[in-house]
Design a protein. Structure first.
Length: 348
């Protein structure tokens, strides 16, 4: 059989459209654009990273990790690939492995702030899971062969989980019920969705029906509940309830009432916005990238050094993004001024 002809369109066009759709939250459509782009330019590492982000947004961590690793195949120092692999591992709850790649990226690309922020959030998640290093005493007793046995046991468990299909309903029923109050805290606004899906399960006629594609409605509903259970487990790992209670008490003690200005939340917001700026620039939308960078620059300039400790470094990075976008738009004089500002902040 002959290969299917390449889709009508250009590689930059598909990349740009995919980036736009992703920013609008239409990740399924964005995925189709990146698939078409890779048909035209197989193995393009920027496109693989963009598609990996799409998979991650759609909850397909396995394919997200596969694309991130593929982007590093020919260049192990590729910053976007390293960061995307670390982010995927972090989302999967593999905090220790994620930390390895955040550290690697930070060592190879010290100028990129996202790796430093990644290290910080990863270390925070690990501390929330197991406690601070000072609270744990390690003792050496016997050999280390138990580690390999533990790894083998983990692999066997993973294989067993993959085989579970019809038995999934049984395993879900056997799972201990989490306290509704705790679950509401973990899921936040998604708690109402889970309650709604669980109510749907009681409608036997609806559960027996199927979609036009032949998928059983009950399987879709159980899949949604399973996904929310997985996410709540991840969020419990990342920041357990006891850690949240402790933070709330500390905020009250120190009189920190303004949650919107909490440094960790600001860091996540800045990181996400800078990712969007980068995606728009790589996707062939320099004008939108430039506008977004200029808006973030104004906000950061208005924040204090206590709220944003690395303020000058971030401002320099944003001037660099703005300069690159201006260069793409053919505004060479403006680009030169922006890069000079970047240089000035780098000297400082």
């Amino acid at each position: 059989a002959t290969e299917a002809p390449p889709p009508p369109g250009t590689f930059p066009g598909f990349m740009s459209e995919g980036a736009r759709l992703g920013l609008r939250g239409e990740h399924g459509k964005a995925l189709a654009c990146f698939n078409n782009a890779l048909k035209l330019r197989a193995g393009d590492k920027d496109c693989l990273v963009a598609r990996s982000k799409c998979y991650l947004k759609l909850g397909d961590a396995a394919n997200a990790l596969k694309d991130a690793e593929e982007s590093l195949k020919n260049d192990q120092t590729f910053s976007k690939g390293l960061y995307q692999k670390a982010e995927t591992l972090y989302t999967m709850g593999d905090f220790e492995f994620a930390l390895v790649f955040y550290h690697r990226g930070r060592r190879l690309h010290p100028e990129l702030q996202q790796f430093r922020l990644g290290v910080e959030k990863c270390e925070e998640a690990i501390v929330n899971c197991v406690g601070s290093p000072s609270s744990i005493k390690l003792e050496y007793k016997g050999d280390l062969c138990f580690i390999s046995r533990q790894a083998e046991s983990k692999k066997a468990t993973q294989k067993l989980q993959l085989k579970l299909t019809k038995d999934q309903k049984w395993t879900r029923k056997q799972k201990p019920v989490r306290n509704p109050k705790m679950e509401r805290q973990l899921l936040g606004e998604f708690y109402a969705d889970k309650v709604y899906l669980e109510k749907l399960l009681k409608d036997k006629d609806l559960m027996e029906s199927s979609t036009k594609q032949g998928t059983k409605v009950e399987d879709l509903v159980l899949g949604g509940i399973s996904y929310l259970d997985t996410r709540s487990d991840f969020w419990q790992q990342q920041q357990p309830i006891y850690a949240r209670v402790r933070e709330r008490k500390l905020r009250q003690q120190w009189g920190i009432r303004d949650k919107k200005r909490k440094p960790s939340e600001l860091a996540r917001y800045i990181l996400k916005t800078m990712e969007d700026i980068d995606v728009l620039l790589a996707g062939g939308s320099p004008e939108e990238s430039c506008q977004k960078a200029e808006r973030l620059l104004k906000k950061i300039q208005g924040w204090s050094d206590e709220e944003v400790p690395n303020k000058n470094e971030l401002i320099g990075s944003l001037y660099s993004y703005i300069g690159n976008a201006q260069l793409e738009m053919g505004r060479t004089e403006a680009a030169l001024r922006s890069h000079r500002m970047d240089l000035e902040f780098a000297r400082q």
